[in-house]
Design a protein around this ligand. Structure first.
Ligand code: ZN
Length: 373
């Protein structure tokens, strides 16, 4: 199938996270028509039922390349110039929710594989597609990896098809991402009338002073592959609306993005050490993923020469940007991330140049040839 036809059809599945609307079956049917063994795995959490796909071609356990993608998309929102789920072409672009993030990447890989498997090769291709990446991958990737371990099918290396390019297809490859830690800080004081300072302990002022202190923390930055570590206060709450009552309880959310100078355990120690001169603070942690970085030069070289050959660009290697499902797979194998431009992702009128879609297919095909040669 042509990549444009494939991608338009996939966009027409309204798989607004965590709904599937036929997206997983669509990919699964195509891959099984190429000779893949496919397995649709449904994982259930408290609120959601998430459909995921594992597909495999080949039986070698020596050389296994995994491809990781997600078929869910963020909600479309209002005021598009076209129907966001029609997969329509206009002025050299394919427009639609998920065109860039990341139904385009999935389509390019599936169509590259369609060509690649025409010739015999020595190795195995595995495809991992999840249905809840856009709401934090609570059930998709972690459960899919667990299933893959139980079935002895962990790949040797993984390519993630997320939109890694910046302004031009091929200008950027992600070799990793910073880690992310969410923290809820609670401040407990004593309620009282604001005219009588001797009788209260202000939980809110206490918390604000702590936020000011920790926001000014001087983070180490040894590994320059990563952007600097930063901590941001993202929410402040107190249980009081009267103007003359000092609140006994306040809380705040912090988000920390960190390079591999740190990990969740080290950050917990710092946050609590810095809280020692404040009364009544307690912490709850919601780790989202550790920092990771791929140091595999041969994988880098194969991908960058596939890019250079196809679009004439030497990519920069980066570990900036938000996190991806690579954070789950990185403990088991090297992970490298390359795909379309991120210029319109999560925006209205999300689109991809048709030429980029075709070139991405060619880059993936060239990468497959180099990987298995
Ligand atoms: Zn994405």
């Amino acid at each position: 199938m042509d990549v444009l036809t494939f991608c338009s059809g996939l966009i027409r599945c309204q798989s607004v996270t965590p709904k599937d609307d036929g997206a997983i079956d669509y990919i699964s049917l195509f891959l099984s028509s190429l000779g893949f063994e496919t397995k649709i795995l449904v994982f259930q959490s408290a609120n959601n039922v998430i459909k995921n796909l594992f597909a495999k071609y080949g039986s070698s356990s020596q050389k296994i390349l995994g491809f990781i993608g997600h078929s869910d998309v963020v909600p479309a929102g209002e005021s598009w110039e076209v129907d966001p789920f029609s997969g329509i072409q206009k002025d050299g672009f394919l427009i639609g929710r998920g065109a860039a993030d990341m139904k385009g990447g999935i389509s390019a890989f599936c169509c590259a594989v369609q060509q690649f498997v025409q010739q015999p090769f020595d190795g195995t291709i595995e495809v991992f597609i999840t249905g809840d990446e856009e709401i934090g991958s609570r059930e998709g990737m972690p459960s899919l990896i667990k299933w893959t371990i139980e079935n002895n099918a962990i790949p040797c290396h993984c390519l993630i098809g997320e939109p890694s390019s910046s302004t031009k297809l091929g200008d950027r490859v992600y070799l990793g991402h910073r880690g992310s830690l969410n923290v809820n800080v609670k401040s407990h004081g004593r309620q009282g009338h604001s005219a009588y300072p001797a009788n209260y302990k202000n939980s809110l002022a206490n918390l604000c002073k702590y936020i000011a202190r920790i926001s000014d923390y001087h983070w180490r930055h040894e590994n320059k592959q990563f952007p600097e570590t930063n901590l941001e206060a993202t929410m402040l709450f107190t249980n009081n609306y009267a103007t003359n009552v000092v609140p006994d309880f306040s809380s705040a959310n912090l988000n920390i993005r960190f390079g591999d100078d740190y990990n969740t355990e080290k950050l917990k120690i710092i946050l609590e050490e810095e809280a020692k001169c404040f009364d009544g603070l307690s912490f709850e942690y919601f780790p989202s993923g550790e920092a990771y970085y791929c140091n595999n030069d041969s994988l880098k070289e194969k991908l960058s020469s596939a890019i250079k050959e196809t679009v004439g660009i030497d990519p920069t290697f980066s570990a900036a940007g938000g996190t991806s499902d690579g954070r789950f797979m990185c403990s088991y194998c090297d992970v490298i991330e390359f795909g379309l431009s991120d210029a319109t992702i999560h925006q209205k009128n999300e689109k991809v140049k048709i030429k980029d879609l075709r070139n991405l297919e060619l880059i993936y095909l060239s990468f497959l040839k180099k990987y298995f040669e």
